[in-house]
Design a protein around this ligand. Sequence first.
Ligand code: FE2
Length: 292
Amino acid sequence: MTDISKSNGARVGGLDEDRLSSWRSNGYLVLTDFCTSNEISLLRGAIDRLVNGFDVTGFRTTFSAADQSHAADKYFRESGDKIRFFFEPGAVDESGNLTVELRRGLNKIGHAMHDLDTEFGEFFRAPKFAELAFGLGLADPCPVQSMVIFKQPRIGAEVGMHQDASFLYTDPVSVIGFWLALDDADRENGCLVALPGAHTGPLKERFHYSGGDLVMTSLDPSSQWGDVEPVYLEVPAGSLVVLHGLLPHGSAPNRSDRAREAVTLHVVDAAAKWSNDNWLQRPASMPFMGFR
Ligand code: FE2
């Protein structure tokens, strides 16, 4: 891993040819020192502000990335244009009451901070994200989804291998994931795990609306990802991991006593066709906004 700011040679959107070559062959990039400790402190402050503003009253859902039980949950379905809070299994009882302290029970916040929150908007729409998206080949990069992902000490759940294009589909596939580590991430606290080069394979499944239901549809009869050795993306805080939309990736549970928080932004190419049956919906009054 090297510091992007110290790369030599010709650059496209801050990426030299070595980086672009690595991106094409592996389907991911690790950019250490993408954010300063000051930027991380500001982000943490913005997260604390959101959490402190959460209205516990009336809250009635839990969210687990380990299965699709959330699919029928109206709260999740309608979160594409909102800022909503999702909790670890067991953190909310049958009556919707928190069983643990709010900050310790959160699984994630999503999915429109980049459009609804001034601080998150300014952070994610900084030139360095736009330049990166253009540099990676998107003709008209457009942020569609933002998240704060908490991987709580001891209880932070596994996220199984998946392709982001299954959830944010365009024709052709264009989604790129930006994953920024707020803490040092390693095997013990649940760093990302990816299958290098497997992004050259097909999209395996799609999570989408069918009628009024959200369903996962298999697109590829082979259920395996192929014989690829997984790589653990252990990175220091401030690192940005960039993920191709077809790259299989996930993360292990957090078995440590340390937090492993991250923020993510998913960007698609507005030049590609956004699929209207994607789970993530925007009303006409709140369309996606590109970087331009
Ligand atoms: Fe993902």
